[in-house]
Design a protein around this ligand. Structure first.
Ligand code: AR6
Length: 182
């Protein structure tokens, strides 16, 4: 699915985020910023050791949940990786939604500061961290749409790993667009 909102193209795609050619890709990291499994593991494997070296040198304290830190993309096509630890799902009453919103917004802002014109997001927190995707998808879409119009970002990709996740995102974006027309 592809729509243009406030001069920024929004794309929902099923793919591997390490293949993205956007200026920036977002990494669903953990607070240590020292790598991990899931999309984090895939990004560090594809990008090579430079990404971890830069994380260690620039961010000795790691990164707080919901904040975002930038490194170069190493061997990736993307010039920058924006690392953000999303919240671990603990049932929904531990501020998880607000923290997830922060991850999307702070990643967007860091990409803008870096000068990116395009950014790709994975579905943050909905894998190992257990955030239900039905609850996470509207937060992801609403938060990014609230960042528009952007001075620099002209394209946003939501990169979903499974067909099921792509279907959920497509339903949510369609609902958001329908409700904005009412
Ligand atoms: N491209 C796009 N999406 C992917 C890829 C990929 N290559 N690989 C996995 N996904 P997760 P989290 C999807 O677990 O829930 C790590 O160990 C996956 O199917 O990667 O935020 C970190 O170091 C799911 O939909 O991230 C943290 O410790 C989504 O990406 C922890 O996992 C997010 O799943 C973070 O957990």
């Amino acid at each position: 699915m592809e729509v243009t909102i406030k001069s920024t193209k929004i794309l929902l795609i099923q793919s591997d985020i390490t293949l993205e050619e956007t200026d920036a890709i977002v990494n669903a990291a953990n607070t240590s910023l020292r790598g991990g499994g899931g999309v984090d593991g895939a990004i560090h494997r594809a990008g090579g050791p430079e990404i971890l070296e830069e994380c260690i040198a620039k961010y000795p304290q790691g990164c707080k949940t919901g904040e975002a830190k930038v490194t170069h993309g190493g061997l990736l096509k993307a010039m920058w990786v924006i690392h953000t630890p999303g919240p671990i799902w603990r049932g929904g009453d531990q501020n998880e939604s607000e923290l997830l919103k922060n991850s999307y917004r702070n990643s967007f802002q860091q990409a803008e500061f870096a000068g990116a014109t395009s950014i790709s997001y994975p579905s943050i927190s909905t894998g190992i961290y257990g955030f239900p995707i039905q609850k996470a998808a509207p937060i992801a879409i609403d938060t990014v749409l609230d960042c528009l119009p952007s001075n620099s970002i002209r394209e946003v990709h939501f990169v979903l790993f499974s067909k099921r996740d792509l279907t959920i995102y497509t339903e949510i974006l369609t609902q958001v667009l329908d409700s904005s027309l009412e």
